[in-house]
Design a protein around this ligand. Structure first.
Ligand SMILES: Cc1cc2nc3c(=O)[nH]c(=O)nc-3n(C[C@H](O)[C@H](O)[C@H](O)COP(=O)(O)OP(=O)(O)OC[C@H]3O[C@@H](n4cnc5c(N)ncnc54)[C@H](O)[C@@H]3O)c2cc1C
Length: 606
């Protein structure tokens, strides 16, 4: 018998699983020109169903990769949330209608609803021209991580050996390949194979609620909030209704255990209930309103939810898990896809910097410290929110029920927008000098604000000057450069930052800087001359901005006060993922040396 040929290959990053987490990771790494491969067991890409909501912060993140425009074009914007509770005459009544997103600094102050398959397509279409495609019908069958400490500590080594098997090859064709990877990212969902291989446990429990979901064309209805998000508490159970793209809606219905679980195994049995019965349950809860299906269901499912977080998000900073592989929670807070996309957004730049030799491996530890803390907060919120959402409503007969006011106030705490994420101090977040820019908080994302480009008074959103291109951005708030005292301070800062021992030179390669300098001055468009600035602060005319109103006088001009930056200015280092990393005063810009020294590496050719 001939010995079957087994191909060996090397790759910097092997991603297992092409859901939102895997595709985001692959797309981000492809953008960073990292050698990446992504495999998935599914023979075909997803076409419908599953997650469907993107939070305001996720849209900001997608914008930083140039993907938000298409998302917004295809999606439905959900601006209002309506709250229904039992009425005194039976049935339900509207008790509140409010903004669906209450975070005041949200650039996109609405939720974006689009089915998961469409979102996945956007990632796929973005990375295909970059030469990365999902290798389908492929599963890993074994994974070994080197135990050699030297190999594990060497970022150029390939310490993870994964055997991949093709499921679509006929007999006689090679079906196996051995991949030697620097890093493996397990994005393989709630039942993650990768997680099991490295003995990471999921801590938490199964929630006791079971949900049915149906997608359909907007039905024949007199329910006034059919095109909003409606959160319905009724005496027959809870319903969540979300408007969707292309005249569709999704209805989530709380189901009784006895109706959908197998009495022997205790597991959800999809044979026991179909979409018609799910809709009937919703209809009972929505009385006196009607909700009559006009055409076939587009998608449906039934599921119970575990509220769990993985004990670790990484092993030796070589094997990582992201997305549902490391946290599962109910869909009611709409965080499934969001948390998955943002895990990968957090991890990708760190891996890219390590692979390029720009950052020390220790930077990778901040993936777990930042994202596991977020996941624990998410589960805590999900438990509270689910208890309120699934609890019986407060009525005369049920004094212990959920009060509409309490439910509404909890909704307004706005955990779900993603805007409030605050990563704690670490090598990647230095919280010194906060008083110099109170609105730019180390560990939080840069809030949006529009500045005028000095050369042509063209208004630019600051977030758009911070693309996810794997460079650190230095926001230099010069203050008023026409003030001689301030001019002297800025020039002295420029001298300091250009010294050979300064981070700007220490970590620059001969070909590339790792930093993009964006200058934001105080000044009026009528009089400002960008060429008066030191050359370092105007590497290109397009890099200088002023805090002034737009030419029509409609907006702008309050950026310094919005970000809490005083007339003395400041330098703010923004991480490649758009989160503030560190702040320094102009006359002590060396504070940034310590920040970058904590994780950056001097280039080999320096
Ligand atoms: C049936 C279902 C219904 C859902 N409904 C909702 C909903 O209504 N609302 C909501 O907000 N969220 C919903 N979710 C959750 C939401 O889809 C997830 O939170 C989100 O997709 C997580 O993204 P992910 O990339 O981490 O995992 P997934 O989307 O699960 O992607 C994992 C990928 O890994 C692949 N994979 C798995 N194992 C292997 C393996 N061994 N080898 C290779 N590939 C592998 C899978 O084929 C899949 O493509 C639902 C999920 C499921 C499964």
């Amino acid at each position: 018998m001939p010995v079957p040929f087994v191909r060996h290959s090397e790759v910097d990053v092997l991603i297992i699983g092409a859901g939102p987490a895997g595709l985001m990771c692959a797309n981000a790494l492809a953008n960073a020109k990292v050698n990446v491969r992504i495999v998935d067991k599914r023979a075909f890409k997803l076409t419908t169903g599953e997650g469907d909501g993107l939070s305001p912060r996720t849209v900001e993140v997608l914008q930083s990769y140039g993907l938000a425009e298409r998302v917004l074009k295809e999606a439905c914007q959900v601006h209002l949330a309506a709250f229904y509770n039992p009425s005194s005459t039976g049935g339900i009544e509207l008790t509140n209608r409010t903004s669906n997103v209450t975070a005041p600094s949200a650039r996109y102050p609405f939720e974006v609803a689009l089915h998961q398959a469409a979102i996945q397509d956007i990632f796929i279409d973005s990375m295909t021209p970059l030469g990365v495609e999902v290798q389908r019908s492929t599963i890993p069958t074994s994974m070994e991580l080197s135990k050699d400490d030297n190999e594990l500590a060497d970022p150029t080594s390939y310490p993870v050996r994964v055997v991949l098997q093709r499921l679509d090859k006929s007999e006689g064709e090679p079906q196996e390949e051995i991949v030697h990877a620097k890093f493996v990212v397990g994005c393989d969902g709630a039942h993650s194979w990768v997680r099991k291989q490295v003995d990471i446990t999921m801590d938490g429990e199964q929630s006791d609620s079971i949900w049915g979901v149906v997608d359909m064309v907007t039905p024949d209805t007199d329910f006034p909030d059919v095109r909003n998000k409606a959160l319905v508490h009724s005496n027959h159970g809870s319903v969540l209704l979300v408007s969707r793209e292309q005249d569709r809606i999704r209805v989530y219905v709380q189901l009784e255990d006895k109706d959908v679980t197998d009495p022997v195994t205790g597991r959800v049995d999809k044979e026991k209930m179909g979409p018609e019965q799910i809709l009937e349950t919703a209809q009972k809860s929505l009385v006196p309103y009607k909700l009559i299906r006009k055409s076939e269901f587009l998608w449906w499912t039934i599921y119970s939810v575990g509220q769990r977080v993985a004990s670790n998000f990484s092993i030796n900073n070589r094997v990582f898990i992201t997305g549902d592989a490391c946290h599962t929670h109910s869909p009611k807070a709409g965080q499934g896809m969001n948390a998955s996309i943002n895990d990968s957004h957090n991890l990708a730049w760190k891996i890219a910097l390590v692979v390029r030799g720009w950052a020390d491996m220790s930077l990778l530890s901040t993936y777990e410290s930042e994202r596991r803390k977020f996941a624990l907060d998410l589960i805590a919120f999900d438990k509270m929110w689910s208890t309120l959402f699934c609890g019986k409503p407060l009525t005369e007969q049920n004094n212990d029920g959920v009060s509409p006011d309490h439910f509404f106030k909890t909704f307004q705490t706005d955990f779900t927008s993603g805007i409030g994420i605050h990563y704690q101090p670490s090598v990647a977040v230095n919280d010194r000098n906060q008083e110099l820019a109170s609105g730019l908080v180390p560990g939080k994302r840069v809030p949006p604000y529009k500045f005028m480009r000095a050369a042509d008074a063209w208004p630019f959103e600051l977030q758009d000057l911070l693309p996810s291109d794997f460079l650190f951005k230095l926001l230099v708030f010069t203050g008023d450069f026409s003030d001689p005292l301030q001019q002297a301070r800025v020039e002295s800062m420029v001298t300091d930052i250009q010294k050979p021992e300064s981070f700007l030179n220490r970590y620059a390669t001969h070909e590339n800087s790792r930093f993009d300098i964006i200058t934001i001055s105080k000044g009026r468009k009528e009089t400002f001359n960008l060429f008066q600035l030191p050359t370092l602060l105007r590497s290109h005319w397009s890099k200088v901005f002023i805090d002034d109103t737009d030419p029509t006088g409609s907006f702008g001009g309050e950026g310094y006060s919005y970000y809490g930056v005083g007339p003395e200015g400041a330098v703010v280092a923004v991480r490649p993922d758009g989160y503030v990393g560190a702040i320094a005063p102009l006359d002590r810009v060396g504070d940034l040396d310590a920040y970058f020294a904590s994780f950056m590496k001097i280039p080999a050719d320096a």
